[in-house]
Design a protein around this ligand. Structure first.
Ligand code: UDP
Length: 253
């Protein structure tokens, strides 16, 4: 039986890539069902759960712009891609008996609700999972920034950034076997060392509003539950704690 949750309200950032599994495009139904199950377990424990979902498995504005498209149009396509992903996850959650609401920063009322902060908080209080779609609703931003923004707006106690690796490393662990995983980092350290955690806007928002962030591997089954029940050993925590010498942040070799 899982223990009591450490957090009352969380915001989970899922990239579009987290939904596509081994494929190189779109949504993998098995992956999305597993994610929905893990979210259901956390919700059932009483943790109010908001989710910001990316769109990189379908369209990324920067990629389309590099191919010659107008950047603002490309970003509109990217934001619409996040709505598709949110609808897929809403469907998977509802098939597991979890009430979920997609709230979009762009108005598409035939498809989902508009993002209205007070209504989002009400949904969370009622135990509904809120899927924040269409990023911030503005071009030139990312869904990481949307995640920081929504987490602060709805008063989440922790922002969880789901990635493909089990935390933040000193170098790319796929390319550099000597790369070290950090247990804890300070936001200024992330900025000074240009560590690839989230984009600068997202990091600065978290730092200035004192929102703690945990970066973790979403492929590790049960990791989400372990984090919300207080396990400090999962992933990397980023907060405004003391800026200690780098060596003491590293896990033993
Ligand atoms: N996007 C945007 N404004 C936002 C959030 C997202 O224009 O506030 C667009 C942008 O084109 C981005 C795409 O939506 O490339 C998908 O979001 P993102 O790249 O953050 O998705 P992820 O990498 O998390 O899958």
């Amino acid at each position: 039986m899982p223990s009591a949750p450490t957090y009352r309200r969380i915001l989970l950032k899922l990239s579009g890539e987290a939904l596509m599994g081994e494929a190189d495009y779109g949504v993998d139904p098995d992956i999305i069902a597993r994610l929905a199950e893990e979210i259901r377990e956390v919700r059932d424990l009483g943790v109010q759960t908001g989710i910001v979902i990316g769109g990189g498995n379908i369209f990324r504005g920067a990629g389309l712009a590099n191919a010659g498209m107008d950047r603002v149009t490309a970003d509109h396509m990217g934001m619409l891609a996040t709505v598709m992903n949110a609808l897929a996850l809403q469907d998977a959650l509802e098939r597991k008996g979890v009430f979920a609401r997609v709230m979009s920063a762009l108005r598409i009322n035939e498809v989902c609700e508009d993002y209205i902060r007070r209504r989002a908080i009400r949904h969370l209080e009622k135990g509904r999972v809120v899927l924040f779609a269409a990023g911030t609703g503005n071009p030139f931003f990312t869904t990481d920034t949307a995640a920081s923004l929504r987490a602060i707006e709805v008063g989440a106690e922790l922002l969880l950034k789901a990635t493909k690796v089990d935390g933040v490393y000193s170098a790319d662990p796929v390319k550099d076997p000597a790369a070290q995983r950090y247990e804890r980092l300070n936001y200024d350290e992330v900025l000074d060392r240009r560590l690839m955690v989230m984009d600068t806007t997202a990091i600065v928002l978290c730092r200035d509003h004192d929102l703690a962030l945990r970066v973790f591997d979403i492929k590790q089954e049960g990791a989400l539950m372990r984090i919300v029940t207080g396990d400090q050993d999962i992933g990397t925590t980023v907060d405004n704690g003391t800026y200690e010498p780098a060596a003491s942040h590293r896990q033993g070799a």
